[in-house]
Design a protein around this ligand. Structure first.
Ligand code: ATP
Ligand code: MG
Length: 440
């Protein structure tokens, strides 16, 4: 253990959010120990602006709740206190202890709970302990640094400051055991390596390939949260590449992995790289990103392949096969990553509109413009134009012109398409085919 004094580490109170300071002071005043820990300290030492401030304390969740009116207790696997200041949330965690011989500090009448499954994975982790134990329970050395507001010291339990200087992501303890306890740590190793532009230290990296499949046991809801932090936080493309090297991306997106090639050249792989680069650019420009758009893009070609299979084996119309494939692919994907329904609805909308873009006759084109997801669907069409050749690119150009044209020009554009009546009459006939079949 190493203690760095105020003048040795360069963190000052003014770098820390006012709300985090309030929580630290209040806990201290009530006689508890309280530290800033995790990403907040790490990022300040790296001269980066922390995303959030996490606090660790020897007060139990109940004791924390008694101190703060604006406090919510959350979590089952880890019980945590959230102190709410408007939209700002300060996360306060009670020091964790070891599972076998922890110093158990629980309110009277309650049992300390920790349990593992057969793979050694921790299912619940609510044994409380000392700060030393808490440090050992953290994932990486660079995340086990504790800043005290009492004496302005940084306490380093796992040589994290040196690892920060050498830019190394190093697990605390035996890597294989730590990954088995919580396989998400493999994702976190990659996430921090890319985000902080560091190397995964050799012993920490070594077991990942072999243990990557343990991610299958992680609840899909947690993997959804993680997938956003990995892919929608500004360095998605680089993160994808590293995740793929470690066979981790394949666990999150098995449907995409089926389309992986040696030289990363399939349409699916090109699309993944394209959408992640575009997402990174948007984030760099401070624009909002919609995860539904990313999922729609990544799964687009696998969905089309599935639709072709269904159409050719079932005799269903292209459109029906397409809609069944859309549902199939999303149902499969949410088993790994629980994409919430509000997003899968948007994914399905974007896909469905792709079909409608080519039916522009009569009033249809005008109606398309009114669709709430028109903008996203159009952007998607334009993006496809870059991968799928002339026809799609021309269609996208037409729609670009159409959406910005005046009313007269729009009418003219639709008339110029010609053949509308003829095609409109053909559609119901096509629909009858499968019906006729099933009747015979
Ligand atoms: P950031 O918030 O910038 O993504 P962070 O390091 O603060 O990074 P959080 O997920 O906010 O990451 O977690 C806060 C701290 O909790 C971490 O720094 C680490 O010490 C600890 N921690 C989080 N997840 C785990 C885990 N799966 N296993 C062990 N310790 C963890
Ligand atoms: Mg954090």
């Amino acid at each position: 253990m190493q203690v760095y004094q105020r003048e040795e580490h360069g963190i000052s109170r003014k770098d820390i959010s006012e709300n985090a300071l309030k929580v630290l002071y209040r806990l201290n005043k009530a006689g508890f120990d309280a530290y800033l820990v995790g990403g907040g300290v790490r990022d300040l030492l790296l001269d980066k602006e922390p995303k959030d401030f996490d606090i660790a304390t020897n007060a139990t969740p109940e004791e924390i709740k008694a101190l703060f009116r604006n406090c919510r207790l959350i979590g089952r696997r880890f019980r945590l206190a959230h102190i709410l200041f408007g939209r700002d949330v300060i996360e306060v965690a009670t020091f964790r202890g070891h599972h076998d011989a922890g110093t158990v500090k629980m309110p009277a009448g309650k049992q300390a709970i920790a349990s593992r499954n057969h793979e050694g994975m921790l299912l619940r982790d609510n044994v409380y302990g000392t700060i030393d134990e808490d440090a050992e329970r953290r994932d990486f050395s660079i995340n086990a640094l504790y800043y005290s507001i009492k004496d302005f010291t940084v306490t380093d339990y796992a040589n994290g400051v040196v690892d920060l200087q050498n830019r190394l992501i190093r697990l605390i303890g035996d890597p294989e055991t730590r990954y088995r306890e919580d396989p998400v740590r493999m994702l976190r190793a990659v996430r921090f390596a890319v985000k902080l532009d560091m190397q995964i230290e050799a012993n920490t990296a070594a077991p990942i390939l072999e243990l990557s499949t343990l991610l299958k046991d992680i609840p899909a809801a947690r993997l959804f949260e993680e997938s956003l932090k990995l892919l929608q936080a500004g360095k998605g493309l680089e993160t994808y590449k590293m995740l793929r090297e470690y066979n981790l991306f394949q666990q999150l997106f098995p449907i995409l992995a089926e389309h992986f090639t040696e030289d990363h050249s399939s349409q699916t792989e090109q699309m993944i790289e394209h959408i992640l680069a575009a997402t990174d650019d948007r984030i760099a420009e401070g624009k909002r990103v919609n995860p539904a758009f990313m999922f729609a893009a990544m799964l687009w070609y696998p969905m089309n392949v599935r639709a072709e299979e269904i159409a050719s084996t079932s005799g269903l119309s292209d459109y029906d096969a397409f809609m069944i494939a859309a549902n199939d692919i999303l149902d499969d994907q949410v088993k790994n990553i629980a994409i919430p329904r509000r997003l899968t609805t948007t994914v399905r909308d974007i896909w469905q509109q792709q079909h409608r873009f080519s039916r522009r006759f009569g009033k249809r084109a005008f109606a398309m413009l009114e669709h709430p997801k028109f903008r996203a669907a159009y952007d998607f069409l334009e993006m496809r134009g870059q991968f799928e050749g002339q026809d799609v690119a021309e269609l996208a150009t037409w729609w670009h012109k159409f959406q910005f044209a005046g009313r007269d020009e729009r009418n003219k554009m639709v008339q110029e398409l010609g053949g509308g009546h003829q095609r409109r009459r053909r559609r119901p006939q096509r629909r009858k085919k499968p019906q006729a079949k099933s009747a015979s």
